[in-house]
Design a protein around this ligand. Structure first.
Ligand SMILES: [Fe+2]
Ligand SMILES: [Fe+2]
Length: 226
């Protein structure tokens, strides 16, 4: 049985809980943070992606300074985008979200633009990964070559994710309805495990936190406007 369905079944049984073994009663506790609709899941993934965009912004600044950033930090940031955003999150959108909206003739033009932006972003990530290698990093021209792509990626992805949050996911929820949304939630979860392994979201979050730390961005207060 899929995890969400299992939790639901246990929750239903909890009404007549007297005969349930202790372990099952423990599992029948109210829904935890992970038992959320798939569209909320996609939105919190945008949170991890947005934080990686913050890392890109800082890296672009440092790439233009006299002290360039460590190649491994640049590599890890681009790899996080490659694996988590492009290899998992965008794939879900392209395979599960956009086709259903397109079939229902809803936000078709926006879906086409979002798909084109996924492809454009992948080309930039490839370029960054090709440049961010220890063998090429000593060449200032190589380092400078990735700055426009990095900044372009940030400028594209901020409105990209915002449109998905405020238009695409809302339309998708309305289109599929609560029952199918629940079924899709289980499918999305299975996909996450298949592509990213166990705790894929938590690992990506830990990765971006570690990147922020390595650049001194971990204290949110530093961004408070003065
Ligand atoms: Fe997207
Ligand atoms: Fe997205």
């Amino acid at each position: 049985m899929e995890p969400t369905s299992r939790r639901r079944a246990l929750a239903a049984l909890a009404g007549s809980a007297a005969l349930l073994p202790a372990i099952a009663r423990a599992e029948a506790k109210p829904a935890d943070d992970d038992d959320i609709p798939p569209t909320d899941d996609l939105m919190r993934e945008h949170g991890v992606i947005r934080r990686t965009l913050g890392v890109y912004e800082e890296l672009a600044k440092r790439l233009e300074s006299p002290t360039p950033p460590d190649v491994h930090v640049v590599q890890s940031a681009a790899e996080l985008i490659h694996t988590f955003a492009e290899g998992y999150h965008e794939k879900l959108e392209e395979e599960q979200i956009f086709p259903r909206l397109e079939k229902a003739n809803t936000l078709v033009k926006l879906c086409a633009t979002l798909r084109a932006q996924h492809a454009a972003g992948r080309a930039v990530t490839e370029q960054i990964l090709a440049a961010a290698t220890p063998a090429r990093w000593n060449d200032p021209k190589v380092r400078a070559s990735i700055v426009p792509g990095m900044r372009g990626f940030v400028a594209m992805y901020q409105p990209h994710a915002a449109r998905e949050d405020t238009e695409i996911f809302i339309a998708f929820r309305k289109l599929v309805g609560p029952k199918q949304l629940d079924v899709l939630g289980d499918q999305f979860e299975a996909q996450e495990h298949k592509i990213l392994g166990a705790n894929g979201f938590e690992k990506a979050l830990a990765e971006v936190e570690s990147l922020e730390k390595s650049l001194g961005l971990e204290d949110l207060a530093r961004f408070t406007v003065r």
